[in-house]
Design a binder for this molecule. Structure first.
Ligand SMILES: *Cc1c(COP(=O)(O)O)cnc(C)c1O
Length: 431
């Protein structure tokens, strides 16, 4: 299977080259040339398949030219060693908990899958690959953890000093081995700018293989389709049409869900739920796509003013608004809406939602107002303790910190403090 650039379909590369490059030479996002539906049997008998078998069959067509079956099975086993339960919240509503991985954010699966693919591709290569990534919090921890100890791959993570939570900082700075944390005197946008500058700096790229690990990379984006299949397997017995509501920022996760639908998974509808960063909800109303500067909210992993993966969704529907609207709705919610629903659900059911999951719940309920006879699943993308301040203030409770988080809290922080691009450049050249 080849992947083409969304800017020019004549630019085609293998899965391997798409993973290593991240983005096409013309800056387009890579997209699979074909999406061939899986067999009807696969969906009819999905209950009898293990999660590893479900994942293997679903991703096989995209990667099989570059990764032999046995290696792919090992990559999947390394990636998926925790649970993805659908927990019933109330009648016709369940939540798919995606936070049982090592850093308790849903990005663990994409980060691990990509790390394992890059590790596989760099076997026998003389030159190491350096993954350079800027993080505002959650991505960095998942990437650091996913790439820890992978041979032939080094990871350099930039984060804004004093702007990430204590838990997030510990997850970035305590691992050691092939992971380096750069503590930038500045804000997230400064980190992002330094990373972009480095990618364009031939004095660096002539000497080093640099790649990025954000959700535009096909190896981070595509494996997210597993979640939807695991949820379908669990919810199928409800005997109702299924609706997914996905708390969305860069729209990689929901787009992967829509690929699962193209693979033949029966789904009635998708809801893209956002905070007040509402470029997509507005687009779905008006047909006009107007990026804007991002606004800070309590669901900060979704504070995105120009969602990078939305072009993939438009492409999946050949940019036809009418068919897209049949499959996708999008709704936006304020921080006040979000806190109010966190309280309401907690008092009615005892379930603690993190702010991102809460936005997903709100979007689902909006859709179910006019489609009550459906089974709705909203995705819980982070464990509530990852957004401890908001959860404690809103619900007036102190959730227990789970063991995988406790483990890093007593470890010693190690970071390089930098305040200019030149310091990053020197570090990369010396390394
Ligand atoms: C990254 C993230 C999201 C948004 O996912 P996208 O694929 O960018 O839409 C939602 N919730 C949490 C907790 C995240 O870390």
């Amino acid at each position: 299977m080849k992947f083409y650039s969304l800017n020019n379909q004549n630019i085609k590369v293998s899965f391997k080259n798409a993973v290593i490059a991240g983005i096409a030479p013309d800056k387009g996002l890579y997209f699979p040339e074909h999406i061939t539906p899986l067999s009807i049997d696969y969906f009819e008998q999905i209950e009898q398949l293990s999660d590893h078998e479900i994942a293997f069959q679903a991703i096989h067509q995209f990667v099989s030219e570059d990764i032999p079956d046995e290696a792919l099975k090992q990559i999947i086993a390394n990636t998926l060693d925790f649970d993805f339960p659908v927990v019933d919240i109330e009648e016709n509503v369940g939540t798919l908990e995606l936070f049982h991985g090592p850093t308790m954010a849903f990005k663990d699966v994409g980060a691990r899958f990509m790390a394992n693919c890059l590790g596989y591709f760099s076997q026998g290569e003389k030159q190491d690959v350096t993954v350079l990534v800027a993080t505002s919090g959650d991505t960095g921890g998942a990437v650091a953890n996913g790439f820890l100890g992978v041979d032939g791959v080094k990871v350099v993570i930039l984060y804004p000093s004093g702007k990430v939570s204590e838990i997030q900082e510990k997850q970035l700075t305590t691992l050691g081995q092939n992971i380096e944390a750069m503590e930038v005197d500045g804000v997230f946008d400064d980190c992002q700018r330094m990373v972009k500058t480095a990618f364009l700096d031939t004095e660096i790229t002539d000497h080093k293989k640099l790649t990025s690990a954000n959700s535009i990379n096909v190896a981070r984006w595509l494996p997210q389709l597993f979640y939807f299949l695991f949820a379908y397997k669990q919810a199928k017995s409800k005997g109702k049409e299924i609706v997914f509501s996905v708390p969305s920022g860069n729209f990689g996760n929901i787009c992967a869900g829509m690929v699962a639908q193209k693979l033949g998974m029966p789904v009635k509808h998708f809801v893209a739920s956002t905070n007040v960063n509402d470029v997509v909800p507005k687009f779905m109303e008006s047909g006009v796509y107007e990026p804007m500067p991002s606004v800070a909210t309590i669901s900060n992993a979704m504070d995105v003013g120009d969602p990078s993966n939305f072009v993939r969704i438009r492409h999946l529907y050949q940019d036809d608004m009418e068919t897209l609207q049949k499959s996708l709705s999008s709704h936006s919610f304020t921080d006040e809406n979000t806190k109010a629903i966190m309280k309401e659900v907690y008092s009615k059911t005892g379930y603690v939602m993190d702010p991102h999951g809460a936005v997903g719940y709100l979007g689902l309920k909006e859709y179910q107002k006019s489609n009550p006879n459906t089974f709705g699943i909203f995705l819980e993308t982070a464990h509530p303790v990852k957004f401890l301040d908001v959860v404690e203030d809103t619900l007036e409770i102190s959730p227990q910190i789970p063991p995988q988080i406790m483990k890093v809290m007593d470890k010693e922080k190690k970071s390089y403090k930098i305040s200019s691009y030149d310091e990053l450049k020197q570090f990369l050249l010396d390394d």
